[in-house]
Structures are given as structure tokens and as C-alpha cells.
Design a protein around this ligand. Structure first.
Ligand code: APR
Length: 237
């Protein structure tokens, strides 16, 4: 292959569904059990930080034993052929577990924590899979919270994500309903003519003029189908 093409994948909850993580908005999804306001908004944190701490402790505990599925794995394998950049809305680490190397987490990471009043990169720490104590402090005496971007908060990584999308030769949305902004708006940063895929078992609204090749399948088979098509088209280029 002459010159590696840049493949940018925007992934959402759907890519982790077959690894046992519930999506947010499907029926049976997380938001049927909890309200967004209670467990995923900054106002929820002000109201009931204990509930939020417990909620993310539960998710983190589940994550320890969760395994990447074929969707994550095939994306990792594609690094052999393409310069793969993943932008994920997921707070799990299943892309990492699958072996992908370039992963931008738009909405934070379950295995990290940061001070409540400081979201600078240098203050974010790895906590692995351990439970956080409500009100726990770091060595500087600052109260810590999960490193998750909640509704009502800025998305600091969005500028870098937009730059990545603009650099894409090939683009794929995998398992995202594209209803949550600013992530959903990233498709408007695509350069005209970028070969684009949408992989999702359900219908997702995207503007017709972007010419997405829609693969209406779960990630486990859909990403493999995309791989086969891409290798047919580019492997001998
Ligand atoms: N493979 C691929 N896609 C799937 C699968 C699967 N096996 N199962 C479900 N899906 C699709 C659904 O059809 C839906 O379009 O995954 C999508 C999940 O959409 P959402 O639940 O809205 O998740 P997401 O788009 O990631 O949400 C964005 O919103 O709730 C916040 O911060 C949270 O990061 C999340 C953001």
C-alpha cells in the first residue's frame, strides 16, 4: 500500500453492547434504569454525589471483567493497513484492551479520577478498577470525582477530535445514535468526498449529502464487513 490512509472511527455505546455494556438509549438501555439527570449530569453530582460515585463504581467493577468483541478487535487489526485514529464517546477501555493505540476519549474514562475543581490533564490520575470513596481526596487535599464528562459540562477533547475528523481519508461511525452534541456534530468536519461508513443495527439519521455507506449490522459483523471492503479497495493501491 502506498502511503497509509488515515482511518478515523467515531465509536459510541453500540460498539460495546456485545461486550455486555448496555447502550444508553436503546430499550433496556441504561437510561431506563436511571435518569440522565441523576447519574450523568453535573447537576446530579451537585445533588447527590454519593449516588453518582456508587453508579460509576458499579460500572468500573463491570469493566474489569468485560472483554472486547470482534468490533473492537477488527478496528485494532486494521492498524496493520491504515493509520487508525479512534474517537470514542465510551468511558470503557475496551479499545485499549483490544490493542488499539490511538484513542481519544471524548467523554472521559472510567479508570481515571480528577479533582472536582480542576480538569487539567496533569491532574487526572489512573485509579484502575478500584472503587472511589465518596469525598476522597488526593495528596494535595483536593476532593476527587470520576473523570467523566457529564451533561452540562464542556468537552475539552472536541477540538482535537474535529482536527482528527478533518484529517480523515476514511471515516466510520460505529454504534452511536448521533444525538449527543458536540460529538454528533463531528460529521460536519468531514472533508468532501471522504469515504464514510455508518455501522449500526438501527437506523441513524445522517445527512444524505455525506454519502455514508450504511452497514446495518451489529459491530461484531459490521466492522469486519467494512474491513473486507476497505482491503479490497485499498490493499493493492
Ligand atoms: N453494534 C453496533 N451498534 C449498536 C449495537 C451493536 N451491537 N447495539 C446497539 N447499537 C447502536 C444503537 O442502535 C444506537 O444507535 O448503538 C447506538 C447507541 O446509541 P446511544 O445509546 O445513544 O449511545 P451514544 O451514541 O454512544 O451516546 C452518546 O451520550 O449518554 C451520553 O455520554 C453518553 O457517550 C454517551 C453519549
Amino acid at each position: 500500500m502506498s502511503g497509509r490512509k488515515i482511518l478515523v472511527a467515531l465509536t459510541g455505546a453500540g460498539i460495546s453492547a456485545e461486550s455486555g455494556f448496555r447502550t444508553f438509549r436503546d430499550s433496556g438501555g441504561l437510561w431506563e434504569q436511571y435518569s440522565v439527570e441523576d447519574v450523568a449530569s453535573i447537576q446530579g453530582w451537585y445533588r447527590n454525589p454519593k449516588l453518582m460515585t456508587d453508579f460509576y463504581n458499579d460500572l468500573r467493577r463491570q469493566l474489569e471483567h468485560a472483554q472486547p468483541n470482534e468490533g473492537h478487535k477488527v478496528l485494532a487489526e486494521l492498524e496493520e493497513y491504515f493509520d487508525v485514529r479512534i474517537i470514542t464517546q465510551n468511558v470503557d477501555n475496551l479499545h485499549e484492551k483490544a490493542g488499539s493505540h490511538n484513542i481519544l476519549h471524548l467523554h472521559g474514562e472510567l479508570t481515571k479520577a480528577r479533582p472536582v475543581n480542576d480538569d487539567r490533564e496533569s491532574k487526572i490520575v489512573d485509579i484502575g478498577y478500584r472503587a472511589m470513596e465518596y469525598g476522597e481526596k488526593n495528596a494535595d487535599g483536593e476532593t476527587m470525582r470520576p473523570h467523566i464528562v457529564w451533561f452540562g459540562e464542556a468537552v475539552p477533547a472536541i477540538t482535537e477530535a474535529a482536527r482528527l475528523v478533518r484529517s480523515a481519508d476514511i471515516f466510520a461511525v460505529i454504534g452511536s445514535s448521533l444525538v449527543v452534541y458536540p460529538a454528533a456534530g463531528l460529521i460536519h468536519d468531514l472533508r468532501g468526498g471522504t469515504k464514510s461508513y455508518l455501522i449500526d443495527p438501527a437506523e441513524v439519521d445522517v445527512p444524505g449529502w455525506l454519502n455514508f455507506r450504511v452497514i446495518r449490522e451489529p459491530a461484531s459483523t459490521g466492522v469486519a464487513k467494512m474491513r473486507d471492503e476497505l482491503l479490497r479497495e485499498y490493499a493493492n493501491a
